[in-house]
Design a protein around this ligand. Sequence first.
Ligand SMILES: C[S@@+](CC[C@H](N)C(=O)[O-])C[C@H]1O[C@@H](n2cnc3c(N)ncnc32)[C@H](O)[C@@H]1O
Length: 280
Amino acid sequence: MNGLVNWVEIQKRLMRMPAMAEKDPGKFWGKTAFMYDKMSKLETDYTINQLDTLILAPTDSVLDVGCGPGRLAVPIAKRVARVTAIDASDEMLRYCMKNAQEQGITNITPKVLDWSKAVVGEYIEKHDVVIASRSVGLQDLIKLNSAANKYVFILSFANSPSLKEVQMSFFEGISEEKLPDVRMNRMFGYNIMFNILYDLGIDPNLKVVKDGFTRKYDSRQDAYDDLRQLDEVTREREPIFRKNVDKYLLEQPDGGVRLLRETKTYIMWWEPQESDIGLL
Ligand SMILES: C[S@@+](CC[C@H](N)C(=O)[O-])C[C@H]1O[C@@H](n2cnc3c(N)ncnc32)[C@H](O)[C@@H]1O
């Protein structure tokens, strides 16, 4: 159906990735793997809110499109029969499989695959549940729809700081380079995905859940030493870095500190529609 507004075009313009990411997504994203893995571990306590919203059966096969270090793929694997974790970056998949191994999980199949080139039925078979979280999968909802038997779930940040924004806030004023503005704008939030789906003839379900990044440290020094690894800080800029981090450290009664940065994530899902999707 042609909607009143061309939401697909709006999304295309907003989600445009740097040229390097489009040319070689594996290389581009591989460079962020260490940082992303570390940030997603700070998110573990809150990720449960996303997991508990997913509709999963113990017999399900799940496809995680752009799985990264397995933030979702690894805990999902504990709840289903098998997970296919695809990513353009072998470095991300390496983290994913390391995280799986550390938790004794053996039912994840990793696949290096550029989803934008993947053809469902050729490179990748249908799965019961398809998940695309903060990933390239969000760019083509029809393709996700065609890969699922039971449900498609899409997830991203909901009008609240993204992982990138949280990470960058620790390093503000540290580099001479002006950091890109990655703040969320409510005008261009999950309303776009909702409207694209609506115009495809789908009635999506929506839930917004609390998300966040947290960790308890024995001391401020431990927090600085841990979070400093998320980027680079010169000796001269160390005081700026500490002041940035201090904004998010809460004193604990036992003498330690807790990093706390809350945000929100949306989860949108639907039952896949027939092949005439979009022509309704
Ligand atoms: C922001 S991370 C999200 C990771 C994970 N889904 C999550 O929610 O934590 C985006 C992931 O998508 C992967 N990716 C980017 N472009 C891709 C493509 N064309 N095909 C497959 N994966 C891609 C990246 O390598 C990265 O691991």
